[in-house]
Structure formats: structure tokens, C-alpha cells
Design a protein around this ligand. Sequence first.
Ligand code: ISL
Ligand code: CA
Length: 536
Amino acid sequence: MENTKLWQKGIVYQIYPRSFMDYNNDGIGDLQGIISKLDYIKDLGVDIIWLSPVYKSPNDDNGYDISDYLDINPEYGTMKDMDELIEKAKQKGLRILMDLVINHTSDEHPWFTQSQDPKSEYRDYYIWRKEPNNWTGFFSGSTWDKIGDSYYLHLFSKKQPDLNWKNPKIMEEVQNIMHFWLKKGIYGFRCDVINIIYKTSLENGKKSLVLTGSEHYHSQEGCHQILKTLRSEVMDQYDAFTVGETVLVTTKQANDLILPERKELNMVFAFEHMETDQINNKWFKTRFKPNKFMKVISKWQEEAYWNANYLGNHDQPRSVSRFGDDKKYHLESAKMLATLNLTLKGTPYIFEGDEIGMTNGDFKSMDDYKDIESFRIYTLMKKMLFPHWLRYKLIQKTSRDNARTPMQWTKQGGFTKGNPWLKVNANTKTINVDNNLDDPNSIYNYYKHLIKIRKESDVLINGSFKPLYMKRNIFVFRRTYQNQSFITVLNMSKNKRKCPLDMKGNISISNYNRTDLNDQLLQPYEAILIKEEGAK
Ligand code: ISL
Ligand code: CA
């Protein structure tokens, strides 16, 4: 236990800075806003705050297009504000995890503007070719755009040119950036799309409905080499950690990145559980099937060396709207999902607003959306002759803006006194922080209680994971450490179901305020955490 690091035993709270709290009332969340809410975050019981990018950026992709890695986006504040945030957080026992986006920069980064001159020393910072290949990108369409008489590669939007990791100068630049921030006392990095940064070849790819060409850059040996160097040259000199965002990985590919002897990353965000309600790609949603979902989670629990557990983030629809029921069983299903996320093995990540059960946005038309991805996909579906109602329905279900609506602090919203950059959900009237703090039975107070239980428990932090039942939308698993164990019982559906296993032990927490385990009938979305008695 003593050797357990903070990033293993701690809990991470993800902030999407643009939407968290607007201090100067210009409609955009900012660093002073975050500072003003540090007590709220601390009270929840979390240890680490992951900030989505706050660097200087023209905001084509809300900060995931960086134009200066060593400066702060003026919309969010200044470097002085950032220093203050790091310091004030530290005083409260909170550490800051920053987003590190090193697959691409903004096209407005001075490296890229200079790179446009074929004779510039920055030319090789990016990937230029005379002719494009057949690759297709994450936001759909070709990955190549033309400037002058050459094409440059961009796996995301055309304002996000990919860096050329075959150029040793990039390694040097990125190391300097990492040192700069780690020296300020941050606790590490969430490494954006890290498993696709190295392009082994630029050959044409095998034709595929999505991401044609990915076999040339996904999980390449060159990427492993880069991560080993960043670990030994930078990370190892600090008490810090990395979590990689890794698209399309298998448990084997994840372990190749995170096993301690590999000396690369500490953990990764995988997506397989997020793919269980989609056909082929994330824009074609099918009905959520809990049985499939729990089997994927269980597989990752058993096979991956360590998990970064999450049910939502700034790229995904809201978890309660997606995996729960945001109407009839809002309270119950949000608490059930919390119980899942916080009793699995690994490091739990909570996305801002999930602790009060925030739901998908209540957008009324395409004019309400702001996300570049949503517009790109909408246009693509138009080209494919999808009727308007279907296009709109798919965007409504999948848009990343669902997770990005401003944090609901009060009945009136409370995020800003100005005009919010993205529409505040009208349900802030009932779903808001104020209501949650006041009500002992709220989702927030359930999170808080559960977090406390987890933090005080060797079993929940270090225990092994074993699935006991995964059928009929019921998920039961056991965590064991030395001679102690917990059982988590979850009904992931709105149907009442009899628990197939005998439930014995003491109830640590339950979302129906159960007092005993005699009744084996599980209520809709019921969740029970049971501390088992005696040795197992
Ligand atoms: O859902 C996905 C994979 O199943 C994708 O959304 C994937 O997570 C995403 O495309 C990669 O995300 C990251 O990099 C992007 C940025 O737009 C996202 O916000 C960021 O999280 C480009 O930097
Ligand atoms: Ca502001």
C-alpha cells in the first residue's frame, strides 16, 4: 500500500475549461473561474484535475489545435493565472494534469507558418508531399490539403497539421515543452491520440469506411520508441505520470504501452466499451446493450495491466443519457454508473457535471452546435443523401457538444452572467450544483460518499477483479485484496430483476438506500456495494 502512487489510488476530475466557470463574464470559461471552484472540486474528494487544453489556440477544435505550447489562451487568462491555479490547487492537495497534444499543432503555430516555405528550416516539422495519398481522417474526408504546390498531412481538421516525428527536432521541442510544464509543478500529461503520432509510411491504405490508411500509423514501433525516450529523458525525472488517449486499441496493444517493464506510459484510455452502442463508427448509434458493455469492461479489467476508467469525456455523449435513463430513472441510473466507475480496478476519471447527473444538450437546430466534428459529419451525411431528419437525429445523439454544455451551477445556470459560448441546458432549473449540495440524497452526495469509501479501502484501490455474473443486464463483480473483498451488484436496466447470486455481507452504499439484503429483487438501475465478511 505505501508504494501505491497517487495516480493509482487517486481519482481524477476532468475539466473542460471552456465550459466550467466563467469568471469575467465574457461567456467563456476561464482559469480564474476554475480557481473560484477549487473548494467545490476538493470537497468532492478527488485528487487530480485533468485540464483539457488551455494553451494558446485559434480554437478550431477548442484548444486541441495549439499555436503556442508555452503560453495560455488569452480567453482563459494569463500564465500568472495558470501559476496561481497550480499553486492554489497544490495548497488544497490537488494536482494538475495537463493535456499534451503532440500529434499535430495548429496551422497558426509559427512552426507551421514557417514550414510553408519549402526552404525553411521548419519545413520538415510537418509532413509535406507533392501528391496526396488515399487516407481519410478522423473528421471524415481526405487528410491532405494544399498550400503552394505541396500537400500537408492532417489526420484531424485542416487547421491541425500533423507533426513529423521522423524529424529529431520534434523530439527536442516536445521535451522542452514537457520540462517547462513539469517544472511548474504539474502532475503529468494526458497524451492526446498518442498511439497514432508516428507515420511509418505514407503509402496508400487499405480502403475502409473509416480511417483508410490507419495501418500505416496506428500502434507503430516508432511510436513506442518515442514514448520510451520521453519517459527516460523527461518523465522519470519527476514525480509525475502519463495517461495516453489511445484510439482503437486492443488490450494487447494497450499493455505494450503500459506494462512497467516497457517504460512508456502509465495507463491509457481505451475506447472499446464506448464502441458497444455503435455500428461501424461512432456516428451510427444502435441501442445500448448492457450485456455487451459489461463483457468489454470485464475483459479490460482482467487483461489490461491497469485501467483508466471512464464513462464519459468531452468527446462523448453524456453517460447518463447514453448508458442510463436521463428521464424516469435519472437519479438511480446516474448513481448506478457512478458505482460502476468508482468500484472497478484502475484509476477513475469523472467528467465535469457527471457528479450532478448532467444530461445531453437540449439543442434545437444545427445553429446551436459549435463542434467542428459535428459540422463535418453533418455535411458528409448530406453528401451521402441522408434525409435531414436522420442527419439531425444522428448528430443529436452523437455530437461532442452534448458533453460540452456549460456546467450547471444554479437554477439560472450560474456559469456566466454574459452570453454563454454554447447553450446552457434548460434543465439547469432542476439539475444543478446548488440543488445537489442541499439534498443529502443527491447524485453529488452519492459520489462524495462513494469516493470516500473508495479512498479508504485497500480493496477498492489495489484489489483484484473477478466477474461473477454478466447476463440479463445484471453485472456482478468481486474485488479482493488479501483477505477482504467487496461485491458490486448492478442492474443496468429499467426492468426489475432477481439477483441470481446470494447477496451476503454489509451494505457499504446503495442507490435505493437499502438497509438489508434479504430482498433479492433488484430495482430499476439498482446498485449495491457489499463488503463481504470473512476471508475469501
Ligand atoms: O471517439 C473517438 C474514438 O472512438 C474520437 O472522438 C477520438 O477520441 C478523437 O477523435 C480523438 O480525440 C482527441 O483528439 C482530437 C480532439 O478533437 C479531441 O477532443 C481529443 O480528445 C484531436 O486533437
Ligand atoms: Ca471568461
